[in-house]
Write a protein that binds this ligand. Structure first.
Ligand code: 5GP
Ligand code: ZN
Length: 115
């Protein structure tokens, strides 16, 4: 989709630090990391929000999570664990309207999920 920053990253129009890539999924480092490990995992298919997911996207979302495990293995943080956050809509503060999964780790994260 035009004017979508993550679609531009997927198309190679905006440079990024890629971590992992499949035919359907791209993972890259967040430009403003909130933890020592902060990777964004995105489907290459443009879906604006989690509330736009359709039944045909179920397999894709499953693959996102198995891909995250592969990334954790590759990047060496599988044993320590990680946190996955996916914002959806106004109350969550979603800024980029292309669904994405924040993978955070590399240190003991705070106990609170929300403030
Ligand atoms: P949201 O608040 O929508 O869940 O998170 C969007 C995330 O995308 C933010 O953590 C932000 O730092 C990241 N981000 C926004 N633009 C870019 C970019 O051009 N490149 C990269 N690597 N990350 C970006
Ligand atoms: Zn997009």
């Amino acid at each position: 989709m035009e004017d979508c920053v993550f679609c531009k990253i997927i198309k190679g129009e905006i440079p990024t630090e890629k971590v992992y890539e499949t035919e359907e999924i791209l993972a890259f480092k967040d430009i403003h990391p909130a933890a020592p490990i902060h990777i964004l995992v995105v489907p290459k298919k443009h879906i604006s929000m989690l509330t736009d997911l359709k039944p045909e996207d179920e397999a894709l979302i499953g693959k996102i999570y198995t891909t995250i495990n592969k990334i954790a293995e590759q990047e060496g943080f599988k044993k320590q664990g990680y946190r996955v956050i996916a914002n959806c809509g106004k109350d969550s503060g979603q800024e980029v309207m292309h669904i994405h999964f924040h993978v955070l780790g590399g240190k003991k994260l705070g106990d609170k999920i929300v403030d």
